[in-house]
Design a protein around this ligand. Structure first.
Ligand code: HT7
Ligand code: ZN
Length: 887
């Protein structure tokens, strides 16, 4: 495989406007007859170029052009392409080929899952089904005929509308599907198997009735009520918030246990990883309920942002993914209701970005939201494209205001409907709506790295002016040594230093003071200075409110100011952020203490803020739960000059215990005050109470209080919902309590037959802390790999056990003897043979190897080199990750 560059883009030499696919389904060897209407592309400058169709892992049977069967000398077939010369006019090309679903362990193309057949075509899976122009800017109308044995595959689904169904009389049956909308091949879908469905006729805003169907294996039917509700909410929300309607008579969701990713937005036939589609109180936590809602929303919203308006090429991926993540974040926030509840959504989204995308932006894999080149596009379904992509879209809304942004969005849809667009097209629509040049904003598309914003303030006691100066710098990233300044929205408030009330933010050159509140500043240059007047006393500044821009803010706050903001700032995001910063500082101090062997008490100022937030009458339980949660070890590590995972783990546990001990009475009271009597409901209010109760239980247990241990055992035995049961198990497993073993065994006995639960159980085992006298976690992980509830071919099992061990149990994975790294290289090589996509995700676990202490980073380097020494066996996916990681 060769590197593809963004600048290499050429319009396709040919277009395919219609395609008929006839399938003869057989798990061992499926036959396809693919009849395409092909026309030379009038826009192509490569006149007379041969037609080069992509194809992989296919067996070609025959090629017919305009009714004439070609001889083998009249075309060329290679492992990746079928080349047919002389397609100079409109032509009907019919190709017969075969492929093997059972041998497809990569889960790209058509594969077997639990005896059913599923497809996954994004990004380049269609070429594993038949020969085609497998690129997003070739849009065709699809007709799909499926013939299949009735006993194995009683249900036959594809995109669009079912036009015909009949029995073929020989134990087989037939279904015909027609999709009225032109689409790129990556949105093709086919599902066949023993499935049942929950369905409902749903009225659309314009009066049409749509049939909504959730298809699953029979044992999962009772887990689909929330899926259907989420779909209905998504349809309504897209109508109301964006004026976008469902354009189909039917909309189908299918769940499968074997899937590389979360879900896929195939036109009218979304396919979901079961963990993002199924929920009931026994198998899903409150967070799972939220995830199902947001992923159902995300895939549904793609129907417009991705499907009706698709991508010109894969470098534009953020155009559909960033925009659709932004839309699903807004959807989730709107489902929570009022402003302070919405803030919890924003906090979780930003925490996710900082934990996952910021490290990527600082790693050898750093890339802009629109990458410049790739070896394998599958490696670019990244946190940067998705999460930073969403932040970039959000910044446009913040800069232009909701109304103008909406007008720009409408314009973008109207101009590009039915076409394949670029990020520039999106920006052009925004420019047109705003009547403003946004050229500089495009740097967010092309420059990688997280900008740092250094802010300094000065109070002039004589003139009563307050000066705010901000300097932006963006560190060099691979291939981009020098960066230009970004256009950055920068909302600021000035707070009364005693009450925290917002004061007017009046620039010195202005005659009139604006109303008190947030003021939107903009950064365009490297350095800015603003002078504010009309202030009675030196204010406390509240900066980048709501996390308007995805930057690292370096403000000159001392701990007392952070404590003030954590308890007084009227912007709930910044209130949380100040507390988070205090926590990070406290944890960092303990890491230093551990490394220098100079024990240090946890700062009482910090502990007091914890107490104040815990008792604050104006804060919701959901907010308290996020505000009082200690930052993850991963986030703490990001701030360390050299990462020592064991010291970070020790420090976090130490601070947890100190908080627990200081406020034990309050925590036990909080547990009692936040029980949720009555039947389980995942509504935001109840979920918030459960989150706070379980957080309080965790702190109380960490303090060594026996009442907490009893409460945890009791909760495990009596919980009527998975959130409580799992929290109890997790707190116990991560402690020295002698009861933990029995509890884990009991959970395994109860959860054994349910894949969703067994995966949770595997993650708890893989991420467990180790205590003296216990078997190393690595050994446990190895043993679990041999059980019959783990299969290395199943991505969810791999993510739950192996990826969780590599990425969420740093203290154990980074064992000083290097055993974790040797295990990692074995696994990467094994997965590389089975499923390159999954292997590449696992391979990324060592991407920040340079950031660790020398003893560890040397061994990480050796493990990377070991994998690299097998270069010839590596898939392009894994090779690209290893090469970039080694630098
Ligand atoms: N657009 C979908 C991406 C996806 C995917 C990509 C590569 C390999 C497998 C995959 N399955 C789904 C998911 C989404 O963002 O909506
Ligand atoms: Zn998506």
């Amino acid at each position: 495989k060769t590197t593809i560059h963004r600048s290499d883009y050429r319009v396709p030499t040919h277009l395919i406007d219609t395609v008929k696919l006839e399938f003869d389904l057989d798990p061992e060897s499926t036959g396809v007859t693919n009849t395409m209407h092909v026309v030379p592309n009038p826009q192509s400058t490569e006149k007379g170029a041969p037609l080069v169709l992509n194809g992989e892992e296919l067996t070609l049977v025959s090629v017919t052009v305009n009714g004439r069967l070609l001889s083998e000398t009249e075309y060329d077939v290679s492992p990746t392409a079928l080349t047919i010369p002389n397609i100079v006019g409109e032509s009907t090309i019919s190709i017969v080929n075969r492929f093997s679903p059972v041998q497809n362990t990569a889960l790209s193309g058509i594969y077997v899952s639990g005896g059913n057949l599923m497809s996954q075509c994004e990004s380049e899976g269609f070429r594993r089904i038949t020969y085609f122009l497998d690129r997003p800017d070739v849009l065709a109308r699809y007709t799909v005929a499926i013939r299949a044995p009735k006993d194995l595959y009683p249900i036959l689904l594809s995109n669009g509308n079912r036009m015909e169904e009949k029995d073929l009389g020989d134990g087989r049956h037939y279904a015909l599907w027609v999709d009225p909308f032109p689409k790129p091949s990556y949105l093709f879908a086919l599902v066949a198997g023993k499935l049942v469905c929950r369905s409902e006729i749903f009225p659309l805003k314009d009066g049409r009735q749509a049939s909504l169907e959730i298809w699953v294996e029979p044992q999962d039917l009772e887990k689909t009520a929330h899926t259907l509700e989420s779909l209905k909410k998504s349809i309504r929300w897209d109508e109301e918030r964006w004026g976008l309607e469902l354009d189909l008579e039917g909309f189908r969701i299918v769940a499968t246990n074997d899937f590389n990713f979360g879900a896929m937005e195939n036109k009218g036939l979304n396919i979901f990883n079961a963990r993002c589609a199924l929920a009931n109180p026994k198998v899903a936590t409150d967070d799972d309920y939220l995830r199902v809602e947001s992923v159902v929303g995300h895939e549904y919203f793609h129907n417009w942002t991705g499907n009706r308006v698709t991508l010109r090429d894969w470098f534009q991926l953020a155009l559909k993914e960033g925009l659709t993540v932004f839309r699903d974040q807004e959807f989730s926030a709107d489902m929570l209701g009022e402003a302070s509840a919405r803030a919890v959504q924003r906090i979780k989204d930003v925490r996710f970005l900082r934990t996952n995308q910021f490290p990527e932006d600082a790693s050898p894999m750093a890339h802009p939201i629109r990458p410049e080149s790739y070896l394998d596009i599958n490696n670019f379904y990244t946190m940067t494209v998705y999460e930073k992509g969403a932040e970039v879209i959000r910044m446009l809304q913040t800069l232009l205001g909701r109304e103008t942004f909406r007008r720009g969005f409408d314009l973008y849809i109207a101009k590009n409907d039915g076409g394949a667009a670029t990020l520039e097209a999106f920006l052009e629509a925004m420019q047109e709506a705003a009547g403003r040049d946004l050229g500089q904003f495009a740097l967010w598309f092309s420059q990688a790295g997280t900008p740092r914003l250094k802010v300094e303030t000065r109070w002039d006691d004589v003139n009563h002016t307050f000066t705010l100066s901000a300097t932006q710098t963006t560190p060099a990233t691979p291939g981009q040594p020098i960066k230009r300044p970004f256009l950055i929205p920068f909302p600021v408030a000035l707070l009364d230093p005693t009450t925290g009330a917002e004061m007017p933010v009046q620039l010195i050159e202005e005659d009139e003071a604006p109303a008190p509140g947030t003021r939107m500043l903009e950064l365009r240059e490297t350095h800015h200075e603003w002078v504010f007047a009309g202030l009675p006393a030196c204010p406390v500044s509240s900066l980048n409110r709501g996390f308007a821009a995805p930057v690292i803010l370096e403000a000159d706050y001392d701990d007392a100011t952070l404590a003030f903001l954590a308890t007084r700032d009227g912007d709930p995001f910044n209130r949380w952020d100040a507390m988070n910063e205090l926590m990070l500082r406290t944890l960092h101090a303990q890491v230093r203490a551990k490394l220098t062997h100079e024990p240090k008490d946890v700062d009482p100022l910090f502990l007091n803020v914890v107490g104040e937030l815990l008792s604050a009458p104006d804060l919701s339980p959901a907010f308290k739960a996020v505000a009082l949660e200690l930052p993850s070890e991963r986030l703490v590590s990001e701030r360390e000059p050299l990462i020592d995972p064991q010291a970070v783990h020790y420090a976090r546990e130490y601070v947890r215990a100190a908080i627990g001990k200081r406020w034990i009475t309050k925590f036990l009271e909080t547990v009692d005050a936040n029980r949720t009597p009555g039947a389980y409901s995942p509504d935001p209010e109840s979920a918030g109470r459960r989150a706070l109760k379980n957080l309080a239980l965790g702190y109380a247990h960490a303090s060594g209080n026996p009442r907490a241990t009893i409460a945890l055992r009791d909760q495990f035995n009596t919980a009527d919902n998975l959130t409580d049961k799992l929290a109890a198990l997790q707190h116990m497993v991560n402690s020295q309590s002698p009861a933990k073993q029995d509890m884990a065994v009991e959970a395994l006995r109860e959860w054994y037959a349910e894949p969703l639960l067994i995966n949770k159980w595997l993650t708890i085992q893989a991420t467990a802390s180790l205590f003296p006298g216990e078997e190393p976690v690595l050994e446990r992980v190895r043993e679990l790999m041999q059980t019959n509830f783990f299969s290395i071919k199943n991505p969810n099992n791999v993510y739950a056990l192996l990826l969780a061990f590599f990425t969420q149990n740093a203290a154990e994975f980074h064992a000083v003897d290097g055993s974790g790294y040797r295990f990692w290289s074995e696994i990467v090589l094994e997965l590389n043979r089975i499923n390159p996509h999954v292997a590449a995700r696992v391979a990324r676990a060592l991407e920040n190897w340079r950031r660790y202490t020398p003893a560890l980073s040397r061994q990480m380097y050796d493990a990377l080199q070991f994998v690299y020494s097998r270069k010839d066996e590596l898939s392009p996916n894994v090779l690209e990750v290893i090469e970039k990681t080694l630098g």
